[in-house]
Design a protein. Structure first.
Length: 212
C-alpha cells in the first residue's frame, strides 16, 4: 500500500466510515449492473459537512444512479429537509428507490425520472444546494439552471472536476472532457459565484452563490 493509499484509508476509517446500509448500496451497483461511478465516502463526508454548515434544507441532485450519494445527502438535511433527485434511467431509479427505503430516508426524497435538462427547466428557484453528478457534455446547461435555482448563499457542488486527469490533457478533446473544462471555467469566473476545487477523489468543485 502506497503512502497516499494509507492516508486515504486512515481518513476513511476515521472520518468517513460507511454503515452497513451504505456498504450494501455500494455493493448492489455491481450486482445490478450499474456503473461503479458513485462518489467515495470521503467525498460524501465533505459534502455532508458543507450541507450541514450551510444549514441546507432543500437540495437538488442531478444524477441519482443507485442512490448512494442521495442517501448521504438526505441524511445531512435537518428536520423538514427535502432532496429532489433526477435520474433519466427508470431501471436505475428503481434501484435508487430501494436504496432510499433501506436507508430510512424515502420520506424526504423526491425522485424524478426524466431528462435532466427538461426537468430542471420546470423547477422553481429556492434550493439551498445543487449537486451535479450526471453526464458531462451538457454541464454548461446544468450550471446555468443550477445558478437560476440556487438561493443567494446556496452551494453549488460538482463531481469529477478532474475527470480522471483528462481535464489537464490538452490533446483530449472529447465532448465529456470539454464539458468539464467549460464548467470549471464558468465556476472559476462567474461573478455570481465564489468557488474552489477540493482535490478529493476525482475533484469536487465547490461554490457559493453570492449574488443573483
Amino acid at each position: 500500500m502506497s503512502p497516499d493509499e494509507r492516508l486515504l484509508a486512515y481518513v476513511r476509517e476515521l472520518f468517513a466510515r460507511e454503515d452497513d446500509v451504505l456498504a450494501t448500496i455500494r455493493a448492489r451497483h455491481a450486482a445490478d449492473g450499474l456503473p461503479e461511478i458513485f462518489i467515495s465516502p470521503e467525498e460524501a463526508q465533505i459534502i455532508t459537512v458543507l450541507l450541514t454548515a450551510a444549514g441546507a434544507r432543500r437540495v437538488l441532485e442531478v444524477g441519482t444512479l443507485g442512490g448512494y450519494s442521495g442517501v448521504w445527502i438526505a441524511r445531512a438535511l435537518g428536520p423538514g429537509g427535502r432532496l429532489v433527485t433526477i435520474e433519466r434511467d427508470a431501471a436505475r431509479a428503481e434501484v435508487a428507490r430501494e436504496s432510499f427505503r433501506a436507508a430510512g430516508v424515502a420520506d424526504r426524497v423526491e425522485l424524478v425520472v426524466g431528462e435532466a435538462s427538461q426537468v430542471l427547466a420546470k423547477l422553481e428557484p429556492g434550493f439551498d444546494a445543487v449537486f451535479l453528478d450526471a453526464d458531462k457534455e451538457p454541464l454548461v446547461g446544468y450550471f446555468q439552471e443550477a445558478m437560476r435555482l440556487l438561493e443567494v448563499g446556496g452551494l453549488l457542488l460538482v463531481d469529477n472536476a478532474f475527470i480522471h486527469g483528462r481535464v489537464a490533457d490538452p490533446a483530449d478533446r472529447e465532448p465529456d472532457v470539454e464539458g468539464v473544462r467549460a464548467l470549471n471555467r464558468l465556476a472559476a469566473t462567474d461573478e455570481r459565484l465564489v468557488s474552489a476545487v477540493v482535490p478529493v477523489r476525482d475533484g469536487l468543485t465547490v461554490g457559493v452563490k453570492v449574488r443573483d
